[in-house]
Design a binder for this molecule. Structure first.
Ligand code: HXC
Length: 257
């Protein structure tokens, strides 16, 4: 399928979505959302895809929601269309997702990166929630996901002043999983995605679901959820294969079932 604002490729078992509106620093307009959602539907429906990588350009992952598109909107336009709600598709993806971020990840760009399971940053990455400088606040999860990722102190600092943080500060704060040199970002992110995609797909999906559960519930309920799904894994072919491979001192050959 051809898309207007993104590129979609498959590299082995990894689906790669590249945001591609270079003239607008990948600003996230309605077409980008439409394209990303269609790409996610395609990749999640493809049994040969075991991980999804979302990236931008070396200059910008995404410089935010498209300010020119938002500027004239009224309250009823925003409320009536539930503007931005479509991005929940990414947060709710069942397969593992990695954001590979170089350059600007501002506003909606930072929020979209935070919807992914793993965030790998290039050393030139810049993160921020500058919405307050435009007279609004984060609207795709920034006030919630950033606060959970970095704590109240830094979230308030970033969201109230609108300042950016560089990759080092973002890693120290717990927002990013790892930092790599900008020219190695795609290779390193792809390696991580390939590694994940080589595991049993249902097991990776369930592992992701279990970690995400910790954000939605109490410790006791989360532990009970983990125990139940852990037990259920013993119904899978891949549990038999993974453990047999260890005992036989060989590499597992998962069939993803
Ligand atoms: C629309 C954008 C854009 C954006 C950049 N562009 N960001 N267009 N929406 N978010 C466009 C510029 O207008 C310009 O196009 C082109 O991209 C290059 O940008 P420049 O500003 O010329 O580049 P530079 O000087 O290098 O500065 C880069 C930058 C700056 C620091 C990232 O572009 C910037 O501050 N952008 C806005 C960042 C921001 O505020 N994001 C949050 C948006 S609100 P033209 O054609 O004009 O030359 C949001 C959440 C909303 O994301 C949720 C609440 C409802």
């Amino acid at each position: 399928t051809d898309f207007e604002t993104i590129l979609l490729e498959r590299k082995g078992r990894v689906g790669v979505i590249t945001l591609n509106r270079p003239k607008a620093l990948n600003a996230l307009n309605s077409q980008v959302l439409k394209d990303v959602v269609a790409a996610l539907d395609e990749l999640e429906g493809d049994a040969e895809v075991g991980a999804i990588l979302l990236t931008g350009s070396e200059r910008a992952f995404a410089a935010g929601a498209d300010i020119k598109e938002m500027a004239p909107q009224t309250y009823i336009d925003m409320y009536g269309t539930d503007f931005f709600a479509g991005w929940d598709r990414l947060a709710n993806a069942r397969k593992p997702t990695i954001a590979a971020v170089a350059g600007y990840a501002l506003g909606g760009g930072c929020e979209v990166a935070m919807m992914c399971d793993i965030l790998i940053a290039a050393d030139n990455a810049k993160f921020g929630q500058p919405e307050i400088t435009l007279g609004v606040i984060p609207g795709i999860g920034g006030s919630q996901r950033l606060t959970r990722a970095v704590g109240k102190a830094k979230a308030m600092d970033l969201i109230l002043t609108g300042r950016n943080m560089d990759a080092e500060e973002a890693e120290r704060a717990g927002l990013v999983s790892r930092i790599v040199p900008a020219d190695q970002l795609l290779d390193e992110a792809l390696k991580a995605a390939e590694k994940i995609a080589s595991m049993s797909l249902p097991v990776a999906m369930i592992a992701k679901e279990a970690v995400n559960r910790s954000y939605e519930t109490t410790l006791g309920e989360g532990l009970r959820f983990e125990r139940r799904v852990f037990h259920s894994l013993f119904a899978l072919d891949d549990q038999k294969e993974g453990m047999a491979a260890f005992v036989e001192k060989r590499k597992p050959n998962f069939t993803h079932k």
